[in-house]
Design a protein around this ligand. Structure first.
Ligand SMILES: [Zn+2]
Ligand SMILES: [Zn+2]
Length: 190
């Protein structure tokens, strides 16, 4: 994959996703309530399913509008959900610790979403019986594990636009109250 451009909806915040080798990223669809309600919390319609490019944080560069990047968490233990304050679009999800290196980027923010190729896995698909299932998880787990181990061995885990040198998020994340989270979930289409 060549270097890809991405940006928020209004174009104030922009950046690039560096390649990596073909093993450097995964294209997945996530049906989980947190990915979907990140959209409704930020004032958008429920996308139903969220298209995600999974890669490592050292592949993400922010070139313009860095000061617009903020994060929230659905719960006090939840992942960091990064968005642009200028136009309130969801951009990334990261774990709380930079050593975990993972980042999921909302692929709808890529200049050319088709460039990342076919979907390789799907998570949190709800079945008629009310259960959830996943497809292609071995693919995801293998690549994610390789990225974490590789970056921890090389030291590249410290190369991240999301955390400072002390390992803290570059912006203090807002944590949704129960009420706020319930409102975001209530706006989902079922
Ligand atoms: Zn914007
Ligand atoms: Zn999700």
């Amino acid at each position: 994959m060549p270097e890809l451009g991405y940006g928020c909806a209004c174009g104030t915040l922009r950046g690039t996703v560096a390649d990596a080798t073909s093993a450097g990223y995964s294209h997945v669809l996530c049906h989980c309530l947190d990915c979907r309600s990140a959209y409704t919390w930020l004032g958008h319609d429920d996308p139903g399913v969220v298209d995600i490019l999974q890669t490592a944080q050292d592949c993400i560069r922010l070139t313009e509008g860095q000061d617009r990047l903020r994060a929230f968490r659905h719960t006090p233990r939840g992942a960091l959900r990064w968005y642009a304050t200028c136009c309130s679009v969801p951009l990334f999800v990261t774990p709380l610790r930079p050593r975990l290196v993972h980042v999921g980027m909302n692929a709808d923010r890529l200049d050319d979403p088709a460039a990342i190729g076919p979907v390789r896995a799907e998570g949190f698909i709800r079945t008629r019986g009310g259960k959830v299932r996943h497809k292609g998880i071995l693919h995801i787990a293998t690549r994610l594990g390789a990225r974490v181990i590789g970056r921890n061995l090389s030291g590249d885990w410290t190369d991240t636009p999301f955390f400072d040198a002390a390992g803290n998020p570059i912006r203090e994340p807002e944590v949704l109250s129960r009420r706020e989270r319930a409102d975001a979930l209530a706006a989902l289409r079922g």
